[in-house]
Design a binder for this molecule. Structure first.
Ligand code: COA
Length: 334
Protein backbone atom coordinates (compact mmCIF):
# COMPACT_ATOMS: atom_id res chain seq x y z
CA UNK A 1 0.00 0.00 0.00
CA UNK A 2 1.33 3.48 -0.84
CA UNK A 3 0.83 6.30 1.69
CA UNK A 4 -1.98 7.75 -0.46
CA UNK A 5 -3.93 4.47 -0.14
CA UNK A 6 -3.82 4.31 3.66
CA UNK A 7 -7.08 5.21 5.46
CA UNK A 8 -7.11 8.95 6.09
CA UNK A 9 -9.30 11.76 7.31
CA UNK A 10 -10.05 15.16 5.85
CA UNK A 11 -9.29 18.40 7.65
CA UNK A 12 -11.08 21.68 6.94
CA UNK A 13 -8.01 23.95 7.14
CA UNK A 14 -9.69 27.27 6.42
CA UNK A 15 -12.88 28.93 5.20
CA UNK A 16 -13.65 32.15 3.35
CA UNK A 17 -16.52 34.03 1.78
CA UNK A 18 -17.29 37.02 -0.39
CA UNK A 19 -20.40 39.14 -0.83
CA UNK A 20 -20.78 42.20 -3.05
CA UNK A 21 -20.79 45.63 -1.35
CA UNK A 22 -24.06 46.79 -2.86
CA UNK A 23 -27.05 46.25 -0.54
CA UNK A 24 -30.58 45.96 -1.95
CA UNK A 25 -33.17 46.37 0.83
CA UNK A 26 -36.82 45.33 0.83
CA UNK A 27 -37.64 49.03 0.72
CA UNK A 28 -35.58 49.39 -2.51
CA UNK A 29 -37.47 46.42 -4.00
CA UNK A 30 -40.85 47.90 -3.09
CA UNK A 31 -40.01 50.73 -5.52
CA UNK A 32 -39.35 48.20 -8.29
CA UNK A 33 -42.28 45.74 -7.88
CA UNK A 34 -45.61 45.62 -6.06
CA UNK A 35 -44.40 44.35 -2.68
CA UNK A 36 -43.57 45.57 0.83
CA UNK A 37 -40.95 45.12 3.53
CA UNK A 38 -43.65 43.66 5.80
CA UNK A 39 -44.73 40.99 3.25
CA UNK A 40 -41.17 39.94 2.46
CA UNK A 41 -40.06 39.71 6.11
CA UNK A 42 -43.19 37.80 7.13
CA UNK A 43 -43.12 35.31 4.21
CA UNK A 44 -39.37 34.80 3.87
CA UNK A 45 -37.40 36.35 6.78
CA UNK A 46 -35.33 38.39 4.30
CA UNK A 47 -34.58 42.07 5.03
CA UNK A 48 -31.83 42.79 2.51
CA UNK A 49 -29.53 41.05 0.03
CA UNK A 50 -26.22 41.80 -1.73
CA UNK A 51 -26.14 42.40 -5.48
CA UNK A 52 -23.13 42.35 -7.83
CA UNK A 53 -22.07 45.38 -9.82
CA UNK A 54 -22.03 43.62 -13.24
CA UNK A 55 -19.23 45.88 -14.51
CA UNK A 56 -16.71 44.43 -12.04
CA UNK A 57 -18.26 41.56 -10.05
CA UNK A 58 -19.74 38.17 -10.75
CA UNK A 59 -19.49 34.48 -9.91
CA UNK A 60 -15.82 34.34 -10.93
CA UNK A 61 -14.64 37.32 -8.83
CA UNK A 62 -16.65 36.23 -5.76
CA UNK A 63 -15.35 32.64 -6.09
CA UNK A 64 -11.76 33.85 -6.46
CA UNK A 65 -11.98 36.17 -3.44
CA UNK A 66 -13.77 33.62 -1.22
CA UNK A 67 -11.19 30.93 -1.98
CA UNK A 68 -8.29 33.41 -1.55
CA UNK A 69 -9.63 34.17 1.97
CA UNK A 70 -9.99 30.45 2.75
CA UNK A 71 -6.38 29.89 1.63
CA UNK A 72 -5.22 32.79 3.84
CA UNK A 73 -7.08 31.32 6.81
CA UNK A 74 -5.49 27.92 6.06
CA UNK A 75 -2.05 29.58 5.74
CA UNK A 76 -1.71 28.00 2.30
CA UNK A 77 -1.10 29.22 -1.25
CA UNK A 78 -2.98 28.48 -4.45
CA UNK A 79 -0.03 26.38 -5.59
CA UNK A 80 -0.67 24.00 -2.65
CA UNK A 81 -4.01 22.93 -4.17
CA UNK A 82 -4.32 19.98 -6.53
CA UNK A 83 -8.06 20.37 -7.23
CA UNK A 84 -10.64 23.18 -7.30
CA UNK A 85 -14.39 22.49 -7.45
CA UNK A 86 -16.93 25.30 -7.85
CA UNK A 87 -20.65 24.61 -7.35
CA UNK A 88 -22.63 27.15 -9.40
CA UNK A 89 -25.38 27.59 -11.99
CA UNK A 90 -24.34 31.16 -12.81
CA UNK A 91 -20.86 30.68 -14.25
CA UNK A 92 -20.05 33.49 -16.68
CA UNK A 93 -19.37 31.05 -19.52
CA UNK A 94 -20.14 27.40 -20.25
CA UNK A 95 -16.44 27.15 -21.15
CA UNK A 96 -14.10 27.84 -19.45
CA UNK A 97 -15.43 26.78 -16.07
CA UNK A 98 -15.31 29.24 -13.18
CA UNK A 99 -12.98 26.83 -11.36
CA UNK A 100 -10.29 26.95 -14.07
CA UNK A 101 -10.23 30.77 -14.00
CA UNK A 102 -10.09 30.77 -10.20
CA UNK A 103 -7.17 28.33 -10.35
CA UNK A 104 -5.26 30.59 -12.76
CA UNK A 105 -5.99 33.73 -10.72
CA UNK A 106 -4.76 32.12 -7.48
CA UNK A 107 -1.63 30.49 -8.91
CA UNK A 108 -3.03 26.96 -8.65
CA UNK A 109 -2.10 25.82 -12.19
CA UNK A 110 -1.92 22.85 -12.96
CA UNK A 111 -4.47 21.83 -10.29
CA UNK A 112 -7.50 20.06 -11.78
CA UNK A 113 -10.58 22.29 -11.87
CA UNK A 114 -14.25 21.92 -12.72
CA UNK A 115 -17.72 23.29 -11.93
CA UNK A 116 -20.74 21.30 -10.82
CA UNK A 117 -24.36 22.35 -11.39
CA UNK A 118 -26.47 21.26 -8.44
CA UNK A 119 -28.30 24.59 -7.86
CA UNK A 120 -28.73 25.34 -4.13
CA UNK A 121 -26.92 22.06 -3.29
CA UNK A 122 -23.78 23.21 -5.14
CA UNK A 123 -21.58 23.73 -2.07
CA UNK A 124 -22.69 20.57 -0.22
CA UNK A 125 -22.33 18.42 -3.36
CA UNK A 126 -18.85 19.92 -3.95
CA UNK A 127 -17.55 19.48 -0.39
CA UNK A 128 -18.95 15.93 -0.15
CA UNK A 129 -17.25 15.08 -3.42
CA UNK A 130 -13.96 16.66 -2.28
CA UNK A 131 -13.97 14.57 0.92
CA UNK A 132 -14.61 11.40 -1.12
CA UNK A 133 -11.82 12.16 -3.61
CA UNK A 134 -9.29 12.91 -0.86
CA UNK A 135 -10.20 9.69 1.01
CA UNK A 136 -9.86 7.76 -2.26
CA UNK A 137 -6.21 8.87 -2.30
CA UNK A 138 -6.43 10.85 -5.54
CA UNK A 139 -6.04 14.38 -4.14
CA UNK A 140 -4.33 15.95 -1.12
CA UNK A 141 -5.62 19.54 -1.00
CA UNK A 142 -8.89 20.73 -2.50
CA UNK A 143 -10.40 24.20 -2.75
CA UNK A 144 -14.20 24.01 -2.63
CA UNK A 145 -16.44 26.94 -3.55
CA UNK A 146 -20.20 27.47 -3.74
CA UNK A 147 -20.99 30.69 -5.59
CA UNK A 148 -23.92 32.35 -7.27
CA UNK A 149 -24.57 35.70 -8.95
CA UNK A 150 -28.33 35.15 -9.10
CA UNK A 151 -28.90 38.85 -9.79
CA UNK A 152 -27.67 38.15 -13.35
CA UNK A 153 -30.52 35.70 -14.02
CA UNK A 154 -33.31 37.33 -12.01
CA UNK A 155 -36.40 38.75 -13.68
CA UNK A 156 -36.58 42.00 -11.70
CA UNK A 157 -40.22 42.49 -12.72
CA UNK A 158 -41.27 39.16 -11.13
CA UNK A 159 -42.08 39.70 -7.45
CA UNK A 160 -42.33 35.94 -6.89
CA UNK A 161 -38.57 35.53 -7.39
CA UNK A 162 -36.85 38.95 -7.27
CA UNK A 163 -37.53 39.35 -3.54
CA UNK A 164 -35.83 36.04 -2.67
CA UNK A 165 -32.39 35.96 -4.20
CA UNK A 166 -28.97 37.49 -3.54
CA UNK A 167 -25.33 37.06 -4.60
CA UNK A 168 -22.55 35.41 -2.53
CA UNK A 169 -19.72 32.89 -2.46
CA UNK A 170 -18.47 30.62 0.33
CA UNK A 171 -15.31 28.51 0.24
CA UNK A 172 -13.31 25.96 2.21
CA UNK A 173 -9.87 24.41 1.87
CA UNK A 174 -9.75 20.68 2.62
CA UNK A 175 -6.56 18.69 3.15
CA UNK A 176 -5.73 15.04 3.66
CA UNK A 177 -5.10 14.24 7.35
CA UNK A 178 -3.67 11.11 8.99
CA UNK A 179 -6.57 11.00 11.53
CA UNK A 180 -9.41 9.01 9.84
CA UNK A 181 -11.91 10.15 12.51
CA UNK A 182 -12.12 13.68 11.11
CA UNK A 183 -13.85 14.94 7.99
CA UNK A 184 -17.17 13.79 6.56
CA UNK A 185 -18.64 11.02 8.74
CA UNK A 186 -21.76 10.50 6.66
CA UNK A 187 -23.15 12.01 3.47
CA UNK A 188 -26.05 11.73 1.06
CA UNK A 189 -26.65 13.29 -2.33
CA UNK A 190 -29.88 12.77 -4.22
CA UNK A 191 -31.97 14.14 -7.08
CA UNK A 192 -35.41 13.83 -8.65
CA UNK A 193 -35.26 15.22 -12.17
CA UNK A 194 -38.92 14.41 -12.81
CA UNK A 195 -39.80 17.56 -10.83
CA UNK A 196 -37.41 19.92 -12.69
CA UNK A 197 -40.23 22.17 -13.90
CA UNK A 198 -40.57 23.66 -10.40
CA UNK A 199 -37.37 25.68 -10.91
CA UNK A 200 -35.46 26.16 -14.14
CA UNK A 201 -33.46 28.60 -16.26
CA UNK A 202 -34.53 28.17 -19.92
CA UNK A 203 -31.99 28.84 -22.69
CA UNK A 204 -34.33 28.14 -25.63
CA UNK A 205 -38.07 28.36 -26.27
CA UNK A 206 -38.18 24.56 -26.41
CA UNK A 207 -37.00 24.38 -22.76
CA UNK A 208 -40.18 26.04 -21.50
CA UNK A 209 -42.70 23.47 -20.22
CA UNK A 210 -46.21 23.44 -21.66
CA UNK A 211 -47.82 24.70 -18.44
CA UNK A 212 -45.71 27.90 -18.50
CA UNK A 213 -46.10 28.74 -22.21
CA UNK A 214 -48.93 31.23 -21.60
CA UNK A 215 -46.80 33.37 -19.25
CA UNK A 216 -44.22 35.90 -20.38
CA UNK A 217 -40.78 34.34 -19.89
CA UNK A 218 -37.40 35.87 -20.65
CA UNK A 219 -34.91 33.28 -21.81
CA UNK A 220 -31.94 33.07 -19.45
CA UNK A 221 -33.95 34.13 -16.38
CA UNK A 222 -34.80 31.90 -13.46
CA UNK A 223 -38.37 30.64 -13.37
CA UNK A 224 -39.86 29.17 -10.18
CA UNK A 225 -43.11 27.75 -8.86
CA UNK A 226 -42.63 28.98 -5.27
CA UNK A 227 -45.42 26.89 -3.76
CA UNK A 228 -44.14 23.62 -5.28
CA UNK A 229 -40.56 24.30 -4.19
CA UNK A 230 -41.76 25.30 -0.72
CA UNK A 231 -43.64 22.00 -0.26
CA UNK A 232 -40.68 19.96 -1.52
CA UNK A 233 -38.18 21.88 0.64
CA UNK A 234 -40.12 21.56 3.94
CA UNK A 235 -40.51 17.79 3.56
CA UNK A 236 -37.07 17.09 2.13
CA UNK A 237 -35.24 19.20 4.70
CA UNK A 238 -36.85 17.30 7.59
CA UNK A 239 -36.31 13.91 5.92
CA UNK A 240 -32.63 14.57 5.06
CA UNK A 241 -31.89 15.99 8.51
CA UNK A 242 -33.54 13.03 10.28
CA UNK A 243 -31.58 10.61 8.12
CA UNK A 244 -28.25 12.38 8.75
CA UNK A 245 -28.73 12.48 12.53
CA UNK A 246 -29.87 8.84 12.70
CA UNK A 247 -27.10 7.50 10.47
CA UNK A 248 -24.44 9.41 12.40
CA UNK A 249 -25.90 8.32 15.78
CA UNK A 250 -26.62 11.92 16.83
CA UNK A 251 -29.58 13.63 18.47
CA UNK A 252 -30.64 17.21 19.08
CA UNK A 253 -28.34 17.39 22.12
CA UNK A 254 -25.17 15.76 20.81
CA UNK A 255 -25.13 17.43 17.39
CA UNK A 256 -23.30 20.76 16.95
CA UNK A 257 -24.35 23.43 14.47
CA UNK A 258 -26.78 22.60 11.70
CA UNK A 259 -25.88 24.64 8.65
CA UNK A 260 -28.77 24.59 6.24
CA UNK A 261 -29.34 26.21 2.90
CA UNK A 262 -30.98 29.59 3.51
CA UNK A 263 -34.06 29.28 1.31
CA UNK A 264 -36.82 30.79 3.42
CA UNK A 265 -36.92 31.23 7.19
CA UNK A 266 -40.33 29.50 7.31
CA UNK A 267 -38.86 26.37 5.70
CA UNK A 268 -36.02 26.31 8.24
CA UNK A 269 -38.33 26.98 11.20
CA UNK A 270 -40.84 24.30 10.15
CA UNK A 271 -38.10 21.65 10.04
CA UNK A 272 -36.55 22.88 13.30
CA UNK A 273 -39.86 22.53 15.13
CA UNK A 274 -40.59 19.06 13.69
CA UNK A 275 -37.15 17.83 14.79
CA UNK A 276 -37.27 19.66 18.17
CA UNK A 277 -33.90 21.31 17.57
CA UNK A 278 -32.84 24.22 19.80
CA UNK A 279 -32.86 27.54 17.88
CA UNK A 280 -29.19 28.28 18.69
CA UNK A 281 -28.14 25.19 16.70
CA UNK A 282 -29.77 26.27 13.45
CA UNK A 283 -27.83 29.17 12.00
CA UNK A 284 -29.81 31.81 10.14
CA UNK A 285 -28.38 34.70 8.09
CA UNK A 286 -31.03 34.88 5.34
CA UNK A 287 -32.15 38.23 6.81
CA UNK A 288 -28.87 39.83 5.60
CA UNK A 289 -28.20 37.98 2.34
CA UNK A 290 -31.44 36.44 1.02
CA UNK A 291 -31.33 33.05 -0.71
CA UNK A 292 -27.88 32.87 -2.36
CA UNK A 293 -28.36 29.32 -3.74
CA UNK A 294 -24.97 27.54 -3.94
CA UNK A 295 -23.39 30.44 -2.02
CA UNK A 296 -25.44 30.03 1.14
CA UNK A 297 -24.06 27.00 3.01
CA UNK A 298 -20.41 28.00 2.44
CA UNK A 299 -21.18 31.56 3.56
CA UNK A 300 -22.84 30.28 6.77
CA UNK A 301 -19.94 27.88 7.39
CA UNK A 302 -17.43 30.73 7.08
CA UNK A 303 -19.37 33.01 9.46
CA UNK A 304 -19.69 30.22 12.05
CA UNK A 305 -16.07 29.11 11.62
CA UNK A 306 -14.71 32.63 12.13
CA UNK A 307 -16.99 33.13 15.15
CA UNK A 308 -15.48 29.97 16.71
CA UNK A 309 -18.87 28.21 16.74
CA UNK A 310 -17.72 25.00 15.03
CA UNK A 311 -16.55 22.97 18.02
CA UNK A 312 -13.84 20.33 17.66
CA UNK A 313 -15.15 16.79 18.32
CA UNK A 314 -18.82 17.82 18.18
CA UNK A 315 -20.12 16.81 14.74
CA UNK A 316 -21.95 19.46 12.72
CA UNK A 317 -24.27 19.01 9.76
CA UNK A 318 -24.57 20.71 6.38
CA UNK A 319 -27.82 20.25 4.48
CA UNK A 320 -29.24 21.69 1.26
CA UNK A 321 -32.08 21.25 -1.23
CA UNK A 322 -32.97 23.05 -4.43
CA UNK A 323 -33.38 23.10 -8.20
CA UNK A 324 -33.08 19.86 -10.10
CA UNK A 325 -34.67 18.94 -7.78
CA UNK A 326 -31.65 18.06 -5.65
CA UNK A 327 -30.82 17.48 -1.99
CA UNK A 328 -27.66 16.72 0.00
CA UNK A 329 -26.34 16.39 3.51
CA UNK A 330 -23.00 15.87 5.22
CA UNK A 331 -22.11 15.22 8.85
CA UNK A 332 -18.62 16.55 9.68
CA UNK A 333 -16.19 16.37 12.55
CA UNK A 334 -13.25 18.82 12.74
N1 COA B 1 -45.15 40.81 -2.39
C1 COA B 1 -46.43 40.89 -2.09
N2 COA B 1 -47.34 39.94 -2.39
C2 COA B 1 -46.88 38.85 -3.05
C3 COA B 1 -45.52 38.68 -3.40
C4 COA B 1 -44.65 39.74 -3.07
N3 COA B 1 -43.33 39.70 -3.37
N4 COA B 1 -45.38 37.51 -4.04
C5 COA B 1 -46.58 36.93 -4.06
N5 COA B 1 -47.50 37.75 -3.48
C6 COA B 1 -48.93 37.53 -3.28
C7 COA B 1 -49.47 36.52 -4.28
O1 COA B 1 -49.89 37.17 -5.46
C8 COA B 1 -50.64 35.96 -3.50
O2 COA B 1 -51.70 36.86 -3.55
P1 COA B 1 -53.24 36.34 -3.65
O3 COA B 1 -53.46 35.56 -2.38
O4 COA B 1 -54.01 37.61 -3.74
O5 COA B 1 -53.28 35.49 -4.87
C9 COA B 1 -50.13 35.93 -2.05
O6 COA B 1 -49.10 36.92 -2.00
C10 COA B 1 -49.59 34.60 -1.63
O7 COA B 1 -48.69 34.13 -2.65
P2 COA B 1 -47.93 32.76 -2.53
O8 COA B 1 -47.19 32.51 -3.79
O9 COA B 1 -48.90 31.73 -2.02
O10 COA B 1 -46.89 33.11 -1.34
P3 COA B 1 -46.06 32.13 -0.49
O11 COA B 1 -46.45 32.23 0.93
O12 COA B 1 -45.98 30.75 -1.12
O13 COA B 1 -44.61 32.78 -0.61
C11 COA B 1 -42.53 32.38 -1.70
C12 COA B 1 -43.97 32.86 -1.88
C13 COA B 1 -41.83 32.47 -3.05
C14 COA B 1 -41.84 33.33 -0.72
C15 COA B 1 -42.53 30.94 -1.15
O14 COA B 1 -43.38 30.14 -1.92
C16 COA B 1 -41.16 30.32 -1.10
O15 COA B 1 -40.29 30.76 -0.38
N6 COA B 1 -40.97 29.20 -1.84
C17 COA B 1 -39.70 28.48 -1.84
C18 COA B 1 -38.73 29.21 -2.66
C19 COA B 1 -37.34 28.65 -2.60
O16 COA B 1 -36.87 28.30 -1.55
N7 COA B 1 -36.70 28.61 -3.78
C20 COA B 1 -35.34 28.29 -3.93
C21 COA B 1 -35.03 26.85 -3.98
S1 COA B 1 -34.34 26.29 -2.49
Amino acid sequence: MTSSQLPCGVRIRGTGSCVPERVLTNHDLSKMVDTSDEWIVQRTGIRERRICDPAREGTFTMSRDALARALDAAKMKGSDLDLIIVGTVTGEMACPSVATRVGAALGAVPAAAFDIAAACCGFVYAINLADTLIRAGRFRAVGVVGAEALSTITDWADRGTSILFGDAAGAAVLVRDPDPRIGCLYQTMGADGSAWESLYIPRHERDIPEKDRANPITLGNLRMNGKEVFRFAVNKFREVMEDALTQAGLDSQSVGQIICHQSNVRIIEAARERLALPPEKLYINIDKYGNTSAGSVGLCLDELWRAGKIEPERPFVMVAFGGGLTWASGVWRV
